[in-house]
Write a protein that binds this ligand. Structure first.
Ligand SMILES: Cc1cc2nc3c(=O)[nH]c(=O)nc-3n(C[C@H](O)[C@H](O)[C@H](O)COP(=O)(O)OP(=O)(O)OC[C@H]3O[C@@H](n4cnc5c(N)ncnc54)[C@H](O)[C@@H]3O)c2cc1C
Length: 251
């Protein structure tokens, strides 16, 4: 059996709107999982293809992931409950290279892209977060509270129904215009949002680590289904990413 293949028992489950927040028993989690890496999950239902879901957080013996119900796979996965087993390949991909030496980091997340940033924020020496959601109903309060235990969070919504009114790139620009020292940006979210964050990082010459989402097949770089042009080169998002560096030394 592949050494990355795990069958993990669900030990906790919460739901909010279309989101499912799952914790599974995973004794090696802290030792082998890096922030930004993902799980490739056999969701059940009629689909034999696995679905990629980011690692949201890890603790000594467990691993947490949060996902939105989009289609057949995530719908079937959301039906699992405490005591059920999740079949997953884990951890896959190249995550955020971060350490306690990373100071003045800003984590910018949009929608489901906020979830991988929690564990990433815990790895940094000092960090602030800007988390954006469509509207008040889309804000998963428990997750935002968990993030606030790690660092200062600016909450933003597109329509201003919770937190500050506006989009996360505006929040980042505001921090920079106010003269805040930012040494690194980490980001995950919709592609339009990430394009703006990366272009701001380039404008101010700040290294930026961005996590990309592409539809995936194998998750291990064999089927090339998630190949896409990043930094001018064709890259496999599942194997070379999902996190890529911009404005840094390893372009
Ligand atoms: C590296 C990575 C990490 C991810 N982490 C998370 C996470 O932490 N939480 C979370 O909720 N989701 C995450 N996703 C997205 C998640 O994989 C998809 O939502 C899921 O595969 C949809 O499967 P499904 O069977 O439910 O829907 P499908 O029936 O396959 O599709 C339903 C709808 O979702 C869209 N869709 C499917 N896959 C993607 C995708 N990869 N990106 C954008 N749109 C997609 C389709 O176009 C369609 O409109 C991640 C994706 C990647 C690549």
């Amino acid at each position: 059996m592949n050494k990355n293949h795990y069958f993990c028992e669900i030990t906790g489950k919460q739901t909010y709107e279309k989101l499912t927040d799952i914790t599974v028993a995973f004794p090696e989690a802290e030792k082998i999982c890096s922030p930004g890496q993902f799980l490739h999950i056999l969701c059940g239902g009629n689909s034999f293809l696995r679905r990629p879901i980011s690692i949201c957080d890890v603790s000594k013996n467990s691993l947490r992931f949060i996902f939105e119900i989009r289609g057949e796979g995530t719908k079937a996965l959301a039906e699992k409950g405490v005591g059920d087993i999740v079949d997953m390949l884990a951890p896959l991909g190249h995550g955020f290279d971060l350490s306690p030496k990373d100071e003045n980091v800003v984590a910018v997340g949009g929608g489901i892209g906020c979830f991988p940033l929690l564990y990433a924020a815990k790895r940094c020496g000092s960090v602030k977060a800007i988390l954006g959601f469509r509207n008040k109903a889309a804000v998963y309060g428990k997750f935002v509270d968990d993030f606030r235990k790690v660092c200062e969070v600016t909450l933003m919504t597109d329509d201003g129904t919770a937190g500050e009114n506006g989009f996360t790139p505006q929040g980042l620009e505001k921090m920079l215009e106010n003269g805040e020292k930012i040494d690194k940006i980490i980001t995950c979210g919709p592609s339009v949002m990430m394009e703006k964050i990366i272009s701001t990082a380039e404008k101010y010459s700040i290294p930026c680590l961005a996590s990309f989402e592409e539809r995936m097949g194998c998750g291990t770089g064999t089927c090339l289904c998630c190949s896409t042009k990043i930094n001018g080169k064709m890259r496999c998002v599942c194997k070379d990413g999902p996190v890529f560096e911009f404005c840094g030394q390893n372009k």
